[in-house]
Design a protein around this ligand. Structure first.
Ligand SMILES: *[C@@H]1O[C@H](CO)[C@@H](O)[C@H](O)[C@H]1NC(C)=O
Ligand SMILES: *[C@@H]1O[C@H](CO)[C@@H](O)[C@H](O)[C@H]1NC(C)=O
Ligand SMILES: *[C@@H]1O[C@H](CO)[C@@H](O)[C@H](O)[C@H]1NC(C)=O
Ligand SMILES: *[C@@H]1O[C@H](CO)[C@@H](O)[C@H](O)[C@H]1NC(C)=O
Length: 365
């Protein structure tokens, strides 16, 4: 090696140190900031959402004029509740949900399940969850994949049945707090539950969506700038940015609005550079709906979550020894609606104690 070559070598090694220091983190951040979607996934979703938004929603048959006043609600087709399960494990509480739906006419509900295809779960061979899986893609925390999964569920349910009128998003950790008839009556017929002016004759379109929409919350600014200081502009100003629970019950018109959205999705699909402030699904739905139709939302959810003593963004999980008659009645209590309808989270081993009190407590209302 000539002294000249040695000098060049030494110099380039010396030079590469700051280059690594300067570029290293950038390269690292960029590899973390890869979009979690392949272009193919994005295209698949786009064609599904386009199909669901342009789908001709055939009008319900009109009742005969002479009968409109007395019997209009009877002659309309039955509105259905679409129960949308978003899961990356077995649905631990399926025996409880089987009891919830037991003997209920299937013309009043549908079930759809989105399960992460990268996890191996036991396919239900019987019960209400059998053959209810929609075509799904991988999901991960702190990424917009949870938004996409919820939108896929909404799109499938919109396309599958024009009578789906309410769309309730749930997870494998959710349980019902009431019987199916109570839930159905509350959503469609109760004059006092949710929408104050709703009456038995009210069309479903005048019903509101039950989605938590909070304007002020600690760390909202940090969440807003998680993709960069100006990343959400111009579509979403900080004043428009909202937060709320991921678990909502949407009307059909709001479900359509969500699958039709392109503008906000282009913002929210971008990866965060601050991972500890990254919960896209807690912002996308409340922000979109409060921008598009604030009066059409109750601004609260029907799914009770216990955030006291939260750790690492996870709410409190109830343990088997806590399951009791008192717990169910405490979880139902709400200052906002007549009652919560669902609750989370419960550890999987709560199944037996929950089944034990199901008939006498949970489904007794
Ligand atoms: C998935 O689980 C089933 C049984 O539950 C098992 O037979 C199968 O080998 C598993 N597959 C993988 C890839 O782990
Ligand atoms: C829900 O909150 C929005 C603000 O985000 C407000 O404009 C609207 O009136 C509220 N809706 C109801 C039904 O109170
Ligand atoms: C919520 O969780 C806390 C523990 O973090 C517990 O002490 C409290 O009883 C729970 N609230 C309800 C309504 O069960
Ligand atoms: C209802 O509101 C009262 C008064 O603001 C409050 O003390 C109570 O904790 C609230 N209950 C629930 C279940 O949120």
């Amino acid at each position: 090696m000539s002294p000249h070559t040695a000098l060049v070598l030494a110099f380039s090694i010396l030079l590469s140190v700051p280059v690594i220091i300067i570029l290293g983190p950038t390269v690292l951040i960029q590899s973390q900031l890869q979009l979690p979607f392949s272009p193919q996934d994005e295209l698949d979703d786009l064609s599904l959402f386009t199909l669901a938004s342009t789908f001709r929603h055939h009008a319900p048959p009109k009742p005969k004029p002479s009968r409109i006043f007395q019997f209009s609600y009877q002659t309309k087709p039955n509105p259905k509740i679409a129960f949308l399960f978003l899961t990356n494990t077995d649905i631990h509480f399926s025996p409880l949900w089987n009891l919830f739906f037991h003997d209920q006419p299937t013309k009043l509900y549908n079930i759809y399940i989105h399960k992460d295809p990268s996890v191996n779960l036991t396919r239900p061979v019987e019960g209400v969850f059998k053959n209810r899986f929609i075509s799904s893609k991988k999901t991960a925390r702190a990424s917009p994949t949870l938004i996409s999964a919820a939108r896929r569920l909404l799109a499938h349910a919109l396309l599958d049945d024009p009578e789906n009128a309410y769309f309730a998003l749930l997870s494998q950790n959710c349980i019902p707090l009431h019987s199916f008839p109570y839930v159905y009556r509350s959503l469609f017929f109760s004059p006092t539950f949710g929408s104050p002016e709703s009456t038995r004759q009210t069309q479903t379109q005048t019903h509101r969506s039950f989605i938590e929409i909070l304007t002020h919350a600690p760390r909202l600014w940090n969440r807003y700038i998680a993709r960069g200081r100006f990343a959400m502009l111009p579509e979403v100003k900080f004043d428009d940015f909202r937060v709320g629970s991921q678990f909502f019950t949407l009307t059909r018109s709001h479900a359509l609005l969500v699958v039709r959205d392109r503008a906000l999705w282009r913002k929210f699909r971008n990866p965060c550079y601050k991972m500890d402030e990254c919960y896209p699904e807690e912002h996308y739905f409340p922000t979109l709906l409060s921008m598009m139709d604030p009066e059409g939302c109750t601004n609260y959810t029907l799914t009770n979550v216990n955030w006291t003593g939260t750790r690492g963004g996870h709410p409190y999980s109830y343990k088997p020894q806590e399951v009791s008659v008192e717990l169910i009645s405490r979880l139902r209590e709400s200052n906002l609606s007549e009652s919560y309808l669902f609750a989370r989270k419960f550890t999987p081993d709560c199944l037996q104690p929950l089944l034990y009190i199901a008939e006498m407590v949970i489904f007794k209302d």
